[in-house]
Write a protein that binds this ligand. Structure first.
Ligand SMILES: [Zn+2]
Length: 139
């Protein structure tokens, strides 16, 4: 489950920083590598920091597994992907690249979707020694 961050309540309780640790099921359609799909949930370990103007920094790490066929030799394989995620949330938005949130509550879904997309490799390779040519590479 993807939690919401209730900024109003955090402010009322003076919890300006904290941890968000949770797992969630990624959308299958996020992975566009042929014959590859997510294997199990994405694990998120995030830290939030509410600033004086109610903008919120959220940063941490995500990890998840991919499984399917090697993009070179078509052997069944599985790979763990892990990396950093970082977002900046502005109340009611500023029309720029940051995320907007409304009514004092941050919905993390769009941020997490973007973060998973950013971490996805272009292809799944069974091992560093796999030397078969990419089957989907255009010559
Ligand atoms: Zn391979």
């Amino acid at each position: 489950m993807i939690p919401e961050l209730d900024v109003r309540r955090c402010n009322a309780e003076k919890k300006y920083t904290g941890e968000l640790v949770f797992d969630f099921e990624p959308e299958q359609s996020l992975v566009d590598i042929p014959y590859v799909s997510p294997d199990g949930p994405v694990s998120a370990r995030l830290h939030y920091n509410i600033l004086e103007d109610d903008s919120v920094e959220i940063a941490g790490t995500l990890s998840f597994a991919l499984k399917g066929l090697c993009s070179r030799c078509l052997k069944e394989t599985r790979q763990v992907v892990a990396g950093e995620a970082e977002g900046y949330f502005i109340p009611n938005g500023n029309g720029e690249e940051d995320y907007a949130y409304r009514n004092g509550v941050i919905d993390l879904r769009e941020f997490l979707r973007d973060a998973v997309l950013f971490l996805l490799p272009a292809r799944l390779i069974c091992s560093e020694t796999c030397t078969a040519p990419d089957y989907n590479e255009e010559e």
